[in-house]
Design a protein around this ligand. Sequence first.
Ligand code: BG6
Length: 483
Amino acid sequence: MVSRVIPVDPFELVIFGATGDLARRKILPGLYRRFLAGQIPPEARIIGAARADLAPDAFREQVAEAVTEFVPHTLRDPKVLADFLKHLDYIAIDAKGEGGWAQLKSTLRPGVIQVFYFSVAPGLFGDLAERLNSLGIAGPDARIVVEKPFGRDLASARALNATLARHFEERQIYRIDHYLGKETVQNLMAVRFANILFEPLWKSEYVDHVQITVAETVGVEGRGTYYDTSGAMRDMVQNHLMQLLCLIAMEPPYHFDPNAVRDEKLKVIRALDPVHPDDIVRGQYLPGGGEGGYTDHAENPASRTESYVALRAHISNWRWKGTPFYLRTGKRLRARASEIAITFKEPPHSIFDDETGWRENVLVIRLQPDEGMHLMVMIKEPGPGGMRLTQVPLDMSFADALGAEHAETPDAYERLIMDVIRGNQTLFMRGDEVEAAWAWTDPIIQGCEARGDRPQAYDPGSSGPEDALMLMHRDGRRWREIR
Ligand code: BG6
């Protein structure tokens, strides 16, 4: 099976914040990989923009280093890299000042797709948008790409949306949630809407509960200052876990079309009940394994910001009423593992005398690593011991099933940037979706703050705080092991 590469039309991509961490780690290496794949046409130009007074050649050198550092060696080719660098240019621009804007305007060619990527602090989004518009740099079809965090609460997200809306139309704004660019996350939609098999069972009548886990082994080291103003609720739940929940819970859109998909996701977010204080557990990791604990990185030794959160959510609509969705995410946990597990109810009546215990069918969709799907089914235990039952996985690793050509699937950023150039907003968050997500998240965060809750300590390398286990035990359920 050979993957198809669909080339994009000629474009000019201006990356503001081109010398920053995200550009170095993700955006520029991602563009190199798309170039290697033959997706970037010869006329395309990538213009780095940042405050630093760099010569274009010095910028190209930085990009070459980033590619060497962040692209696997099997994909590095000096000749291809040299050709890629020819597409790059650099202009020193001061977002708040005058420097560089005239040069940018004169260098952009009319009639070519224009993309402006705001890989800068959110405080600069408004300045950039204003300049691009008032100086007549951005054409009527220009696209802007904005990174998270998109606000830190509903009020700031609204203000940001309003600022951008003064200069650009919603069809021009691409708000990135890189989880939506992950191959397996998109697969959630394929699994649900390209198969008849699951959909009839996809409702509270048959689904006992859903677990969404995004576990990380890394801590917050190096990002402590940002993270401490954010915490797991803002950093992961409001965006990434929320998007996963939407893709699992939404109704089938009438078409795989940006607004049809986003309309359905929005309905899910709006149907989420407020979370009861007893339904949320927050944690903070302790020192261990030679590494400092959360508060060692957070500047404030008395910080109450959570590096872990687990919660029980309910969706009040016809499909999901009565089926809890358990969400958890945390840093410095036992393993890096993201998965969604849909646990089906037991059959209404057992015809067997067997006392095996767990009998639910569980569909596990593994997002990373080892992307794949497993369906736990009951079968007869082999042997002469009578009708004894056992649970086995119907196992599918995507790598095994799809073959080696798919082993190097595009990184989320590569895919999303190509989608921007193609003008496809399906995998980007719409303004109302972001606001609805904050409207649900805000009271949870405010409730914890008002109660003065201290996060519960947990050991690094564990599965999180004890109370998170209780969150499920008290419902007669249990988390799947993180591994
Ligand atoms: C980012 C968060 O959005 O997602 C990080 O800010 C987190 O804290 C990261 O580590 C996780 O992304 P991934 O792709 O590694 O699962």
